[in-house]
Design a protein around this ligand. Sequence first.
Ligand SMILES: *[C@@H]1O[C@H](CO)[C@@H](O)[C@H](O)[C@H]1NC(C)=O
Ligand SMILES: *[C@@H]1O[C@H](CO)[C@@H](O)[C@H](O)[C@H]1NC(C)=O
Ligand SMILES: *[C@@H]1O[C@H](CO)[C@@H](O)[C@H](O)[C@H]1NC(C)=O
Ligand SMILES: *[C@@H]1O[C@H](CO)[C@@H](O)[C@H](O)[C@H]1NC(C)=O
Ligand SMILES: *[C@@H]1O[C@H](CO)[C@@H](O)[C@H](O)[C@H]1NC(C)=O
Ligand SMILES: *[C@@H]1O[C@H](CO)[C@@H](O)[C@H](O)[C@H]1NC(C)=O
Ligand SMILES: *[C@@H]1O[C@H](CO)[C@@H](O)[C@H](O)[C@H]1NC(C)=O
Length: 450
Amino acid sequence: MKMPVAVLLLLALSIAIRIDAEESSEVCGFKPSLKPRPHSVSILEFGAVGDGKTLNTLAFQNAIFYLKSFTDKGGAQLYVPPGKWLTGSFSLTSHLTLFVEKGAVILGSQDPSHWDLVDPLPSYGRGIELPGKRYQSLINGDMLHDVVVTGDNGTIDGQGSVWWDWFESHSLNYSRPHLVEFTSSDYVVVSNLTFLNAPAYSIHPVYCSNVVVQNISVSAPGESPYTTGIVPDSSNNVCIEDSRIEVGYDAISLKSGWDEYGIAYDRPTTDVYIRRVYLQSSSGSSVAFGSEMSGGISNVHVEQVHIYNSFSGIEFRTTKGRGGYIKRIIISDVELKNTNTAFGAIGDCGSHPDDNFDPNAIPVLDQITLQGVIGSNITMAGNFTGLAESPFTSLCLFNVSLAIRNTLSPWTCSNVVGFSESVSPEPCPELESSSVCYSLLNSYGKSTDI
Ligand SMILES: *[C@@H]1O[C@H](CO)[C@@H](O)[C@H](O)[C@H]1NC(C)=O
Ligand SMILES: *[C@@H]1O[C@H](CO)[C@@H](O)[C@H](O)[C@H]1NC(C)=O
Ligand SMILES: *[C@@H]1O[C@H](CO)[C@@H](O)[C@H](O)[C@H]1NC(C)=O
Ligand SMILES: *[C@@H]1O[C@H](CO)[C@@H](O)[C@H](O)[C@H]1NC(C)=O
Ligand SMILES: *[C@@H]1O[C@H](CO)[C@@H](O)[C@H](O)[C@H]1NC(C)=O
Ligand SMILES: *[C@@H]1O[C@H](CO)[C@@H](O)[C@H](O)[C@H]1NC(C)=O
Ligand SMILES: *[C@@H]1O[C@H](CO)[C@@H](O)[C@H](O)[C@H]1NC(C)=O
């Protein structure tokens, strides 16, 4: 009885995925304005010195202030030639390309007074690590349109070691900065660059739409605390492609705000496409959802992903008080190696911003499909621990084959309902009901008709 249904399900699913893949190239493959800007200036024209010692914050600020006058003339490019360009935080403008040449390194200053302080994000209500303000990122964009941060494999190096030490010794006064952050911006491209040693995150689009991250490399040492690669946060139409990310904590982490602040701000992360990526996360998860997800996370497609030397492969995190949802997620064509826990879905993960969260704001996790997974040297296949008040539903596993390192019970399941077919090792009985996945597939079928 089960087999024919399963075969139909697999067929339906593979058709749905193929149609979605075609649609996605329209959704996030917006034509980034990669044609040369009509005007270009070099940072040298603004007195910058590339000796790795001279502080160039003012040169970057002055250059960008000058280039603002070209925003309604087709935009402009700021060219960063080979050299080591030490700087504090600075902000971009619309219709700008920041081009970092081969051999050019933008170095983040290790003096915190060179990093401006900014208000917390409204969807978080406070700095994530400490209450109150937070350090502004090295490179910022607020309310911008059409911005490109690119190069010929130039480097943006946050020199984060001082920040990691301050974090670990509890001597920070404000939450750590990121390397690149865009807020409330659209048509943003980040490509062809290397990002090193972020103090915290490397790339953080928040309240953005139409963001493409392509062909970049991100790295931070495995032991660097909570260093995170790319964090799409309350943003829609985000594409992350052809990139390699090796960091201390999560490689790609999707978020949408924190408890009552995220619920009030009410901006989901939706329509995200991640493909052809190589991910390593020493102490976190290579692909993480949450735990801050109070605005909701939906319609995420992850495919052709290679995960290695990671603590966790793919993890869904939430907790009571978050509200929100994580739903309609399809992850397919995954290769996992040398990873402790292949899949996790955890209902009691993460802390609260303050005591004003609503304990009755129960999050929902629904319609998650993991398909076409091959794994070797895995310790735990899956840990699915839902909430008694709101069990995780429609968790579907198809064609999953994990070579487990002598673990007696590779799956842990509670408060979860789902379906599995062609999964080894044999999953827990909670994943054996089929009707839930049938309705999931119907809903995907419908969504592709729109
Ligand atoms: C990726 O970026 C490198 C430089 O970082 C460049 O040489 C290469 O052509 C890019 N590849 C694609 C497909 O854009
Ligand atoms: C890009 O630069 C980094 C270091 O700056 C280097 O390790 C890497 O091999 C380069 N990649 C390409 C494609 O040139
Ligand atoms: C935090 O503030 C104290 C007191 O003003 C100061 O001594 C310390 O250097 C600051 N820490 C950092 C990392 O800036
Ligand atoms: C990356 O660099 C390659 C080679 O120079 C170029 O063809 C491509 O358009 C660039 N891609 C982006 C998205 O900037
Ligand atoms: C298996 O993975 C672990 C990390 O989870 C690693 O330490 C170990 O070296 C790997 N073993 C082999 C044979 O690759
Ligand atoms: C099962 O998954 C593997 C790994 O992604 C893939 O190579 C294979 O084609 C899949 N098989 C089916 C029947 O979908
Ligand atoms: C599964 O996750 C829960 C929640 O984080 C944790 O308490 C438990 O120890 C995990 N189980 C295993 C076997 O790792």
